[in-house]
Ligand binder design. Structure first.
Ligand code: SAM
Length: 239
């Protein structure tokens, strides 16, 4: 945690916030704060700054907060991700938030196992918690928006064309002819497949909607590796 993300419920006055639970434990056991220390903080959806520890007990840290810096710019990216295996999902969520993804769509695909959609990591609370961990890691305050679409065809036929309007649109698919582009600075939609890959039918539908298939070379990467590799290759801004 390189920044403590503060939510409305943490504020006890306009310039005072009280931390408990995970954030307090981290500040005590990793950062080893004492009264008088200053730690980086940010207000969810707002500016970043510092928090001076004005009161510290075993169960609470009260911070005098100064918020005067903007958060980093978001990536101009809409990430469309086939629902990953639950074991990997929370890490991928954290990675997306840390890299500056603000618009994430989780979609179904033939090779997404039905049971993946039952994971508790998809609850509102767990989505917020894992996205918070990513934002706190990277020092950002702007919470990504996550949308869930459990039917592939209606999503690709009815929603994707509007999402792609005025954007560069790509589907990462091993074995295609076009290398993944670099140095993009315009709004982009990137589709990444499941562990077993998109089927030929699905790639055809994504291409029909306007996505160009691109590859990352002959090595097939796991989804959790493909996500940061593709994003850092596409956008200089996240380096
Ligand atoms: N056997 C699957 C296939 O050939 O599509 C492998 C899927 S890979 C584990 C999961 C996803 O990561 C892929 O659907 C793709 O979106 C992305 N990916 C991984 N390696 C890639 C590569 N070398 N080129 C393009 N995309 C890649």
């Amino acid at each position: 945690m390189n920044l403590a993300l503060l939510f409305d419920e943490d504020f006890v006055a306009p310039d005072r916030a009280v931390l408990r639970g995970r954030r307090l434990t981290h500040l005590q056991s990793v950062v080893k704060i004492v009264e008088g220390d200053t730690v980086p903080v940010g207000r969810a959806g707002g500016p970043m700054g510092t928090g001076e520890v004005v009161r510290l007990t075993d169960s609470e840290a009260e911070l005098k907060v100064t918020l005067n810096q903007p958060p980093p710019a978001p990536l101009p990216l809409t990430l469309v991700l086939a629902m990953p295996r639950p074991k990997m999902f929370r890490r991928i969520l954290q990675t997306c938030a840390a890299l500056g993804v603000k618009d994430l769509w989780l979609i179904n695909s033939y090779k997404v196992e039905k049971s993946f959609w039952q994971t508790p990591w998809l609850s509102e609370e767990q989505l917020r918690e894992n996205l918070t961990l990513g934002l706190e890691q990277a020092k950002d305050t702007q919470m990504p928006r996550v949308q869930i679409r459990k039917l592939f065809k209606p999503f690709v036929e009815d929603e994707l064309p509007a999402l792609l309007a005025n954007k560069q649109a790509l589907v990462a698919h091993p074995g295609t002819n076009t290398p993944c582009p670099v140095h993009l600075n315009k709004p982009t939609v990137l589709c990444i497949g499941p562990e077993g890959g998109f089927t030929a039918y699905e790639v055809g539908k994504l291409e029909e909607a306007g996505c160009q298939s691109v590859h990352l070379g002959p090595r097939i990467l796991r989804v959790e590796t493909a996500v940061p590799v593709l994003i850092s290759r596409l956008f200089d801004a996240c380096l």
